[in-house]
Design a protein around this ligand. Structure first.
Ligand code: CAA
Length: 706
C-alpha cells in the first residue's frame, strides 16, 4: 500500500485514510492506495463496513489537476468508484472541511455519507473549464435530482453541510468529532445489517426541460459569458436519465472533450498562475529565506476617502482591528457612513449576518491623531495622489512607527521609490495597489522598490493572504504592471480608434463581446475621467508620452464631463441612471479633435477594434516583461484576469497571445507599426520568441533557471 492511503481495523470497521497533503488531491498514488485498501478489507472476513476519511483540514480538493496533462495512470477515479460501489460491504465517506470535484465524486460513489457541520461540498470543475468526469454528472442527479444537480455544477460554488443534507446529498451531519461519529455510524450499519446502497442503482428524479435549463443558465449568465463548458454539462446531465453505464460512457466522452478545450487550458493556466504569483520564494532566494513574518492583528489606514474606507473594510473582514486616521473630521464621518452602508448592503444581500456585520463595524475605529497609529502592526497610507502630501504622511509615520513595521502606500501612479526616500527606513516601504472596491476586488498589486527588504515583502504577502487577495509583485515603474498596460496599450488604443472614427458605444460593445466585463469608455465614465487625467499628470512627472495620448478623456475632464458622477462623460446618463446613452455631442467633439490632428475618420469594424486593443495590450505586456517589471507572463495574466476584467476563460493577455501564435501576433503588430507608428513598435521579446517559434509559457518555464 502507498503511504498516501493507510488501512486500519477498528473492530468490524476498516478505516481507510487518505493522507496526501496539502489538499488530499486524488492523485494516481491515492487511487492505487484506495484500490489496495479495498482489496485488503475484502480479504479480511472480520471487516463488515468500510469508512473512508482523510487527514488534515479537508476531505479532498478533487482530482489532481497537475496530472491532467499527463496520460492517465490506472486505476482511474471512475474505476476506483466502480470498485467502491460494487463492494459487498457498506462503504461510508466521512467528510470534513471541503469535498470538491473528484473528492465529492468519490464520496458519492460511497454507499453512505456523513459530514461535519462545517464542511462544504461542491463541484468546482466548471471554473476549470471541465465537466465532472468521474461520475459526478450521473451520481449527483441520482442523489439530489437533475435540476438541483445542474444548478450546483453550473454554479461551481460549494454548498454547506446542512444544505447538502436538506438536498439528500448526505445522510448525517455531526457537530462533534467526525471520526468518532463516523465510526458509530459505521458500527450501526453493521449492527443493523444495513448493506451497500449503490448510488448508480438509483433513478434520477425531476425533469430537466428547456425552461429549467434556460433558468439555470440565466442564473449563472454573468460567470458563463462567452463560455462553452456549460453546454457539455447540460448534455451530460441529460444523459443521467439513461441506464447508468450509458450515462457514464457519455460523461467520459464529454469530459475528455472539455479537458482538451482551449477554455480549460486557459482556466487551468490561470488557476496555477494565481498560485504561483502568491509564492514569495519564486522571486529570489533571499526572499525565500525570509523569517517567519510577525503576527498581524492591528492595522491602520491613513486617509478616510473611498479607497481608505474600502481598505479598512477589507482589513476588518480579515479579522483585524483597524484604526482609520484622517485630519479632516468630516472625512471620518463620511468614512463611517461608507463602512455602515457597505456592511448594511452585505447583510441585505444575505452575504453576512447582522451580528457579523456589527462585529466588523466595531473593529474599525477612527482617529484624528496620526500618532495613535504607532502600535499598528501595519500601516497603509491611502491619502490623495499627491507626492508632497504622501511624502509628508510617510515621513511622520516613519518617525512614530517601530522600524520593523510595514509601511505601505496605496499609490497607483507615484514613484514608490521616491516616496520611500522620504523615510529613514526605505526597506520597510512598498506599494499596495488596491483596486476599487478595495474590499471586494481580488487583486493586490504589490510594488517593490530596489530597497524593499525581503521581510517587508514577506509581510505584504501575508497581508494579501489574510485579505484573501491574489498578490502580484510589480517593480516600481510607470503605472506598475496593470496601469502601464492599460495606459500605453489597451485604453490608449481604444481612444485612437475613436479618433479614427469608431464610436464609444462601438468600441465598448466590441470589447464586451470579446469578453471584457465592461468596455474601456464605460470603465472611464464609471471611475471618473478626471481620475485618469490626474493620474497621467502624476505619471508624466517621471516619464512623458508622445501624443495623441488620451486627448479625448482629458478634454472631457476639462469640460467637467467626468462620467457617471456628473451625468456626462463619453456617454450621457439621465437622472442619476447608470445606463450609458450615446451622446452626439461627444461624437462631434471627437471628430473635431481628430481633424485638429489631421486624422481622417473612416468606418472601422469590430474585428479591427478587438485586434488592435488586444494586440497593443499584449505588446506592452511583453515590454513590461522584458523590462523586468513583471516577473513572468503568468503574473501579467493574473493581473489582467483578476483586476482588469480580461476574460478568465481566455487565460489572460499573454496566454491569449500564445494561443494566437506569436508569429501571427508579431506579423500583425508590424503591420500596425507601419500604419500607426510609435506605440506599435514591436516588443523585442515578441520578436525573439517568435523567431524561436516559442511562447510566453516557455519563456516563463525557462525563467525559473534565469
Ligand atoms: N489538484 C492538485 N493540486 C491542487 C488541487 C487539486 N485539485 N487543489 C489545490 N491544489 C494545490 C495548489 O496548486 C497549491 O499547490 P502549491 O502550494 O504547490 O501552489 C496547494 O494545493 C494549496 O492550494 P491553495 O493555495 O489554493 O490553498 P487554499 O487553502 O487557498 O485553497 C482549495 C484550497 C479551496 C482546495 C483550492 O486549492 C481549490 O479550490 N482547489 C481546486 C479545487 C478544484 O477545482 N477541484 C476540482 C478538481 S477537478 C476534478 O476533481 C475533476 C474530476 O471530476 C475528476
Amino acid at each position: 500500500m502507498t503511504e498516501v492511503v493507510t488501512f486500519d481495523e477498528v473492530g468490524p470497521v476498516g478505516l481507510i485514510r487518505i493522507h496526501n497533503p496539502p489538499v488530499n488531491a486524488i492523485s494516481h498514488s491515492v487511487r492505487l492506495g484506495l484500490v489496495d485498501a479495498i482489496a485488503q478489507a475484502e480479504r479480511h472476513s472480520g471487516i463488515r463496513a468500510l469508512l473512508i476519511l482523510s487527514s488534515g483540514d479537508l476531505f479532498s480538493a478533487g482530482a489532481d489537476i497537475a496530472e491532467f496533462d499527463q496520460p492517465l495512470g490506472e486505476p482511474s477515479l471512475q474505476q476506483v468508484e466502480f470498485r467502491i460501489e460494487a463492494c459487498p460491504i457498506p462503504v461510508v465517506a466521512a467528510i470534513q472541511g471541503l469535498a470538491l470535484g473528484g473528492g465529492l465524486e468519490l464520496a458519492m460513489a460511497c454507499h453512505y455519507r456523513i459530514t461535519h457541520k462545517n464542511a462544504r461540498l461542491g463541484m468546482p470543475e466548471i471554473t476549470l473549464g471541465i465537466i465532472p468526469g468521474a461520475g459526478g454528472t450521473q451520481r449527483l442527479p441520482r442523489l439530489i435530482g437533475a435540476r438541483a444537480a445542474l444548478g450546483m455544477i453550473l454554479s461551481g460554488t460549494p454548498v454547506s453541510a446542512l444544505d447538502a443534507k436538506a438536498r439528500g446529498l448526505v445522510d448525517e451531519v455531526v457537530e462533534d468529532d467526525l471520526r468518532e461519529a463516523a465510526l458509530r455510524f459505521s458500527n450501526h450499519l453493521v449492527q443493523e445489517k444495513l448493506g451497500p446502497r449503490p448510488t448508480c442503482k438509483r433513478t434520477v428524479t425531476g425533469d430537466l426541460d428547456d425552461a429549467e435549463i434556460g433558468a439555470a443558465l440565466l442564473a449563472h449568465a454573468r460567470a458563463l459569458k462567452g463560455r462553452t463548458t456549460q453546454n457539455l454539462v447540460i448534455e451530460a446531465i441529460k444523459a443521467s436519465r439513461l441506464p447508468f453505464s450509458q450515462g457514464i460512457a457519455i460523461e467520459t466522452t464529454l469530459a475528455q472533450k472539455s479537458l482538451v478545450s482551449r477554455e480549460s487550458l486557459a482556466l487551468r493556466h490561470v488557476f496555477f498562475a494565481e498560485r504561483e504569483s502568491a509564492k514569495l520564494s519564486r522571486l529570489s532566494s533571499a526572499d525565500a529565506k525570509q523569517a517567519q513574518p510577525p503576527a498581524i492583528q492591528r492595522a491602520a489606514v491613513i486617509g478616510a476617502g473611498t479607497m481608505g474606507s474600502g481598505i479598512a473594510i477589507a482589513l476588518a473582514d480579515a479579522g483585524l482591528d483597524v484604526l482609520i486616521h484622517d485630519n479632516d473630521p468630516a472625512a471620518l464621518t463620511r468614512s463611517r457612513e461608507i463602512v455602515q452602508s457597505t456592511y448594511a448592503s452585505s447583510v441585505k444581500r444575505g452575504r453576512l449576518t447582522q451580528n457579523v456585520a456589527e462585529d466588523r463595524i466595531h473593529r474599525i475605529r477612527s482617529t484624528e491623531a496620526r500618532t495613535e497609529v504607532a502600535d499598528a502592526d501595519l500601516v497603509i497610507e491611502a491619502v490623495f495622489e499627491n507626492m508632497e502630501l504622501k511624502k509628508d504622511v510617510l515621513s511622520t509615520l516613519d518617525s512614530v512607527l517601530p522600524p520593523e513595521r510595514l509601511l505601505a502606500t496605496n499609490t497607483s501612479t507615484l514613484s514608490v521609490t521616491e516616496l520611500a526616500r522620504a523615510t529613514s527606513h526605505p526597506e520597510r516601504v512598498l506599494g499596495m495597489h488596491f483596486f476599487v472596491p478595495a474590499h471586494a476586488s481580488k487583486l493586490l498589486e504589490i510594488v517593490r522598490t530596489d530597497h524593499t527588504s525581503p521581510e517587508t515583502l514577506s509581510t505584504a504577502f501575508r497581508v494579501a493572504k489574510l485579505l484573501k487577495k491574489v498578490p502580484v509583485v510589480s517593480r516600481d515603474a510607470f503605472g506598475f504592471i496593470g496601469n502601464r498596460m492599460m495606459l500605453d496599450g489597451y485604453f490608449r488604443e481604444a481612444e485612437q480608434l475613436l479618433l479614427e472614427g469608431a464610436t464609444p458605444a462601438q468600441v465598448d460593445a466590441a470589447l464586451e463581446n470579446f469578453g471584457f466585463a465592461m468596455g474601456p469608455q464605460r470603465v472611464s465614465d464609471l471611475g471618473g475621467n478626471d481620475v485618469g487625467t490626474k493620474a497621467r499628470v502624476q505619471l508624466f512627472k517621471h516619464e512623458n508620452r508622445p501624443g495623441p495620448y488620451f486627448v479625448i478623456a482629458d478634454r472631457l475632464t476639462e469640460m467637467g464631463w467626468l462620467g457617471q458622477k456628473t451625468g456626462r462623460g463619453f456617454y450621457r446618463y439621465e437622472n442619476g441612471s447608470r445606463e450609458a446613452m450615446p451622446d452626439p455631442e461627444v461624437i462631434s467633439l471627437i471628430e473635431k479633435l481628430a481633424s485638429e490632428r489631421g486624422i481622417e475618420q473612416r468606418e472601422i469594424n469590430d474585428e479591427e477594434i478587438v485586434e488592435r486593443c488586444i494586440l497593443s495590450l499584449i505588446n506592452v505586456g511583453a515590454m513590461v516583461l522584458e523590462e523586468g517589471i513583471a516577473a513572468c507572463a503568468g503574473d501579467i495574466d493574473v493581473v489582467w484576469t483578476s483586476g482588469y476584467g480580461f476574460p478568465r476563460h481566455l487565460g489572460g493577455p499573454m496566454f491569449h497571445a500564445d494561443t494566437l501564435g506569436l508569429s501571427h501576433v508579431l506579423q500583425r503588430i508590424r503591420l500596425y507599426h507601419k500604419k500607426l507608428g510609435y506605440y506599435w513598435r514591436p516588443a523585442e521579446l515578441i520578436e525573439r520568441l517568435a523567431a524561436a517559434d516559442s511562447t510566453f509559457e516557455e519563456w516563463d518555464e525557462s525563467s525559473v533557471s534565469r
